[in-house]
Design a protein around this ligand. Structure first.
Ligand code: SF4
Ligand code: SF4
Length: 414
């Protein structure tokens, strides 16, 4: 099928106007390679430039599973193309050593924290000195913050349900999120507790492997998936929860990732059946409505891996509308990628920022005080967008707003 209905849904095509950077063009190139054409530098670039946002999947009337195609194409490139020495070393360190290691992430987080609180970051940003570093300066604007205490110390703990226990759930704490979204993870635990959940953060869990899958490093992703399955399944939980849509999309694909593994195929399908995005889970149960009013206008940016990857669109909106005082305002094209896409904004900063500029035009049209989303990566990207093109909006996860509404009610009752 060559209908082209996916073209307008593709941020890279909208930005570059190049057929080979559209879903249809990329599929055409994949078919050529499958038919024996050698992998060229240009093919690698067009596949690399894809955000893997899967907006094209939602637009395609023929049900083409583009996400799987691009992941397979990247895995083939990873195996067949030898990258330059430095790039190989950096990728090896980041994907195989840093992301799965709480120790290395803690060390990196501590260095980031010192950079932030020493005032160096503030000086560099205010004086524009970072611009002297060219591309590195632009990437710095996208750096996450380090939030101490890190969430790593909560791993292994169980938090009781408030009032009657209705569910026993496990929470995936992520990898970088333990350092950069520690407060979001804590808010997620509190909101689940408020909704009758006993929340465990099982020990032995690790990075979900989403960034590895997107980069084509599938063997390492499989190793991480097995570690998570071993850590979680034995707990016999009612559900496994994540607050990161990008992670959730991959965690829900463990079934496919391990479908040919004789020891893990069945366990992976079981794991997948338990996996829920936190907004999806909360919208599926009887929500605790004991909330204080927030009195803010809120718009919602769909995370690609929630809307297109997991087909979860109404749950976050339903939750936002359930908060007293929230005036919900849709923005145009809310399900078009913001340019974050895992570490895409770090690797392809210039194009990611062009995509973000368009996103901020639509954000500003909503005239909302808060931009809510459901993925930490999108929060970082939108934060950078607000600093550059925004009107002083606050960026928040849906769960953070729920947590504030519950806290406000608790304060009012005192
Ligand atoms: S995944 Fe996103 S960037 Fe890639 S082809 Fe599809 S719509 Fe375009
Ligand atoms: S991927 Fe789907 S929407 Fe895009 S050209 Fe092919 S059939 Fe049409």
């Amino acid at each position: 099928m060559h209908c082209g209905l996916c073209l307008n849904a593709c941020p890279t095509y909208r930005e570059l106007g190049v057929e080979m950077d559209s879903p249809r063009g990329r599929i055409y190139q994949m078919v050529q390679v499958a038919e024996g054409k050698p992998i060229s530098e240009s093919y690698r670039e067009h596949i690399d430039l894809c955000l893997a946002c899967r907006g094209c999947e939602s637009a395609c009337p023929s049900g083409v599973q583009y996400g799987r195609l691009v992941e397979a194409a990247r895995a083939e490139i990873e195996v067949k193309v030898k990258r330059p020495w430095l790039e190989r070393k950096v990728r090896d360190f980041v994907f195989r050593r840093l992301l799965p290691s709480p120790g290395l992430l803690t060390a990196a987080g501590a260095m980031l924290y010192v950079y932030q609180i020493s005032g160096l970051q503030r000086v560099l940003r205010l004086t524009g000195l970072l611009n002297a570093f060219g591309a590195l300066g632009a990437k710095e604007a996208l750096a996450p913050s380090a939030q101490i205490p890190f969430f790593f110390r909560q791993i292994g703990q169980t938090f009781p349900a408030e009032c009657d226990r209705k569910y026993r759930v496990a929470m995936m704490a992520g990898c970088i999120a333990n350092v950069s979204f520690a407060r979001l993870n804590e808010a997620t635990v509190r909101v689940l507790q408020k909704n009758g959940c006993e929340v465990s953060i099982p020990i032995g869990q690790t990075c979900c492997g989403a960034l590895h899958v997107h980069a084509g490093i599938r063997e390492e992703a499989r190793r991480l998936a097995k570690q998570n399955i071993d850590a979680i399944l034995k707990g016999g939980y009612d559900a496994v929860i994540t607050n990161a849509a990008g992670c959730g999309s991959t965690l829900k694909e463990y079934g496919e990732l391990l479908e040919h593994d004789p020891d893990y195929a069945v366990k992976a399908r079981k794991f997948k059946s338990l996996m829920k995005d936190v907004t999806e889970f909360l919208a599926s149960i009887e929500l605790n409505r004991e909330m204080g009013a927030l009195d803010v206008s809120v718009t919602y940016q769909d995370s690609c891996h929630l809307a297109h990857g997991q087909k979860v669109r109404s749950a976050p909106r339903q939750l936002l509308r359930a908060i007293p005082g929230v005036k919900f305002r849709e923005m145009p094209l809310s399900d078009v990628c913001c340019g974050s896409a895992g570490i895409y904004n770090v690797l392809h900063t210039s194009l990611a920022m062009d995509i973000l500029a368009k996103k901020m035009t639509n954000v500003n049209l909503a005239k909302a005080q808060v931009i809510a989303t459901a993925n930490p990566g999108c929060m970082l990207q939108l934060d950078a967008g607000v600093r550059k093109w925004g009107k002083g909006e606050r960026v928040a996860h849906v769960v953070e707003l729920l947590d504030e509404a519950y806290s406000k009610r608790a304060e009012e009752k005192k």
